[in-house]
Structure formats: C-alpha cells, structure tokens
Design a protein around this ligand. Sequence first.
Ligand code: GDP
Ligand code: MG
Length: 161
Amino acid sequence: RSYGTEGAGGLSERTLIAVKPDGVQRRLVGQIIQRFEKRGFKLVGLKMLKAPEELLSQHYHDLSKKPFYPSLLRYMGSGPLVVMVWEGYNVVSTSRKMVGDTNPAEAPPGSIRGDFSIHISRNVVHASDSLDGAQREIQLWFNCKELTDWDCHDQSSTFHL
Ligand code: GDP
Ligand code: MG
C-alpha cells in the first residue's frame, strides 16, 4: 500500500507568511495569525520590521520587470511588516488557499484577501507560492537562530519534562 500524500514527509514543511503594511496599519495582525493557528499550523518564527529596499528587491526579484514593481516596492516599504514562518503538513499550498488569489476581486470570501481587501495593490498578506520559493524566502528574511523548533505538550516524547 502506498501512503502517498499521507506520508510524514510534508509534516515539517515551512512557508513564509507576511502581513503587509496595510494589514499592520489596519490592525489585522492578530486575526491573520489566528487563522493559521486555528487551521493547525505551528508558528516557528515571527518578527516585525520595516524592510530595507534591498531586501524587498531580493524578495520580489522575479517581478522586477513588471510595470507595477516600483509601486510594489514603495507599498511594501511604506510601513512595518510582520513576517512569520509557519510549519505543518502541506503548509505551502494550504496557506496559498487560505490567503486567496493575488487579486482580491478574485479571492473567494473566507480567504484572507477575500475577506479583508478589495484591490490588488493593497492585498494585506504575502504567502510563498512553492516549496522552493518558501525555502528561498525563509532564508532571506530569517537567520536560523530566529527559527524555533518546539514540540507539543501532548506528545509522549515530552511527557516527562
Ligand atoms: P502573490 O504571490 O499572490 O502575492 O502575487 P505575485 O507574486 O504575482 O505578486 C506579488 C505582489 O505584487 C502581489 O501580492 C501584489 O501586492 C503585487 N501585484 C501583483 N500584480 C499586481 C498588479 O497587477 N498591480 C499592482 N499594483 N500590484 C500587483
Ligand atoms: Mg508571489
């Protein structure tokens, strides 16, 4: 029997989620964190920062030829971000669904963008779009000392602390 996607391989998958400046300014940080906690993902890294332009240009290097790129960098640098690493089974693809389409007009109600935003230039949140992208972005935004492995108190391996 093949265990397919039920295998444990994806359990420690990680992705980068960021609350963008409009999300921070609109006091949405708590609600966004709550959605990932409620879903069952594990927070392993979190920080607030006003991102330097150099970091933003590396983060969005694949979009540098797009007409909206200069305004995208201005938007992302217009205030602090809350950048997080979330871990769990299939977290990269599930969190993209939780975030919703890039254009909030297309994002389904119930998704973060579908519930909290109306325009593509102010879409509240970032989520890595692939495993490779997630790995690249996590390395870009966090050093390894800022990421914390932890176990649940209800796992037998931690019963005898
Ligand atoms: P994402 O992965 O869903 O965030 O989308 P992309 O990686 O394609 O684009 C990155 C970000 O650039 C989006 O989240 C938007 O903030 C912004 N963006 C993308 N397309 C457009 C556009 O056509 N116009 C504007 N103003 N911003 C855009
Ligand atoms: Mg993207």
